[in-house]
Design a binder for this molecule. Structure first.
Ligand code: PRP
Ligand code: ADE
Length: 181
């Protein structure tokens, strides 16, 4: 059977995204930036122009990582913060929150190490992700940043999926539809 595809155009780049079933009656166009240098660079150029007066960028493992790295480079920032999804032995007294995203559909952890907390405390923080869909990942990151003493001044993603695009407090480049049957 031929795969169903969704044609995405973002930041001057075109990709054919496979449409996949993630629950009964619910399909999404799968957007995976891991390994895609061109889309990460092009989207970062556009997003960097929309982020003003920010001290530090924070994302969640895993798909946000290449984006936050490239954005930090373009904004001439020496550091960025990644909330990891498991507690590692090298973490010293981590701050922990829980999240359920549209794709994962089970509880995942978000953990900030002590050094991450120090980078966030008292700073103007932009939360960065590849996609915002239900908004749960962004919200969980925001709670964690607040626990760490940071001030969230922006929430940005390459794509807003489904109703996420209706929220006026997020920055994004393009909308991605959700498919329901
Ligand atoms: O708005 P939401 O419904 O929370 O969905 C968005 C989140 O879902 C995806 O992550 P995923 O949970 O698939 O984890 P991964 O990056 O580790 O693959 C994506 O990278 C966002 O972080
Ligand atoms: N369309 C999508 N593709 C990959 N991960 C996602 N997380 C939320 N929406 C997604």
């Amino acid at each position: 059977m031929q795969k169903e595809l969704y044609k995405l155009e973002v930041a001057g780049v075109t990709r054919e995204l496979p449409i996949i079933q993630i629950a009964e009656n619910l399909k999404i166009a799968s957007f995976v930036i891991l390994g895609d240098v061109e889309i990460v660079e092009a989207a970062s150029v556009q997003l960097a122009k929309k982020l003003a007066d920010v001290d530090i960028l924070v994302t969640a493992e895993a798909k946000g990582i290449p984006l936050v790295y490239e954005l930090a480079k373009q904004l001439h920032m020496k550091h960025y913060v990644v909330a990891q999804k498991s507690v590692k032995p090298y973490m010293d007294n981590p701050l922990i929150n829980e999240v359920v995203s549209i794709t994962t559909q089970k509880k995942q952890l978000l953990c900030l190490d002590t050094e991450d907390v120090a980078l966030i405390k008292g700073k103007r923080v932009a939360i960065i992700d590849d996609v915002i869909s239900t908004g749960e990942s962004i919200k969980a990151l925001e709670d964690l940043v607040e626990q760490a003493g940071g001030n969230v001044v922006a929430r940005a993603a390459i794509l807003a999926e489904g109703d996420a695009a209706l929220h006026d407090n997020i920055i994004f480049l393009e909308n991605l539809p959700i498919f329901r049957d």
